[in-house]
Design a protein around this ligand. Structure first.
Ligand code: ATP
Length: 219
C-alpha cells in the first residue's frame, strides 16, 4: 500500500465488491474530490458473516478492485479484511485504522441502503466514536426522518465538508451522488443470463469477468 498523505481525512469504502462497478467508483470519486479526502481506501469484505457468501473468490474480487482503481490517484486498495480470519466487522477495521492514523479524521462511506441498517451493525455507537459516516444517497432509497436513524441525522448531520476536517469522528454527512442505478446483484444477473456488462464496469474488470467466467452460469 502506498504511503498515506500526511493530512486530511481518510475515506473508507467497504463492500463486497462482487463485482466492483461504476456506481461504486463514481461515488468514491465524487467524495474524494468534494470532501478533499487525503485518500479513499477500498476495503473488500473477506467473510461477510451477516450476508450470503460472495460468488467470486476473495482473490478475484481483489484483482477486480485493483484493476478498477489502478489509474486513479488517491484510490488505495486495502485488503486487511481478506487477510483477517473469521467474519469481517467494520468496527475491527476502524479500531485498527484509528491506531495507525491517530488524530486523523476517518470517513466511513456507505450507501443509503446500508445506512438504513446501520443500527444493527456490531457496536455501531463505537463506530461513530471512531469515524464520521458519509452516506451516499442511492436511487430508490428514502432518507430516514424518524426513529433512531432520523434522530441520529438530526443530532449529528452536517452539510459542511469542513466539519469532517474539524473533528476526527462523529458527524454524518449525506451526499446526493450522481445517481447510477447499478448494483452488483443486477450485474451478476446480466452476466449469468449471457449478456455483456460493458459500460457498467471498467473495461479491465470486464476483461477479468469474461476471462475467468467467475459469474457464468454453472453448466
Ligand atoms: P449487491 O447488489 O450484491 O448488494 P452492491 O452493488 O450494493 O451489491 P456492495 O459491494 O454490497 O455493492 O456495496 C458496497 C457499498 O456501496 C454499500 O454501502 C452500497 O450501498 C454502496 N453502493 C453500491 N452500489 C452503489 C451505487 N450504484 N451508488 C452508490 N452507492 C452504491
Amino acid at each position: 500500500m502506498s504511503a498515506t498523505a500526511s493530512s486530511g481525512p481518510v475515506g473508507i469504502f467497504g463492500g463486497t465488491f462482487d463485482p466492483i462497478h461504476l456506481g461504486h467508483l463514481r461515488t468514491g470519486f465524487e467524495l474524494l474530490q468534494l470532501l478533499s479526502l487525503a485518500e479513499l481506501r477500498w476495503i473488500p469484505v473477506g467473510d461477510p458473516g451477516h450476508r450470503e457468501a460472495p460468488l467470486a473468490s476473495a482473490e478475484l474480487r481483489l484483482a477486480m478492485l485493483r484493476a478498477a482503481v489502478a489509474d486513479q490517484p488517491g484510490f488505495v486498495v486495502d485488503d486487511r479484511e481478506m487477510r483477517r480470519a473469521g467474519a469481517s466487522f467494520t468496527i475491527d477495521t476502524l479500531e485498527e485504522l484509528r491506531a495507525e492514523l491517530p488524530g486523523r479524521p476517518l470517513c466511513l462511506v456507505l450507501g443509503m441502503d446500508a445506512f438504513l441498517g446501520f443500527t444493527r451493525w456490531r457496536r455501531w455507537q463505537d463506530i461513530l466514536a471512531l469515524a464520521h459516516l458519509v452516506v451516499a444517497h442511492r436511487p430508490g432509497w428514502e432518507r430516514p426522518m424518524e426513529g433512531e436513524l432520523g434522530g441520529l441525522l438530526a443530532a449529528r448531520g452536517t452539510t459542511l465538508a469542513a466539519d469532517l476536517h474539524a473533528a476526527t469522528a462523529g458527524r454524518i454527512y449525506v451526499h446526493a451522488v450522481t445517481q447510477l442505478e447499478i448494483s452488483s446483484t443486477g450485474l451478476r444477473d446480466i452476466i449469468t443470463s449471457g449478456r455483456d456488462p460493458r459500460f457498467l464496469v471498467p473495461e479491465p474488470v470486464r476483461t477479468i469477468i469474461l476471462e475467468t467466467g467467475c459469474y457464468a452460469r454453472a453448466p
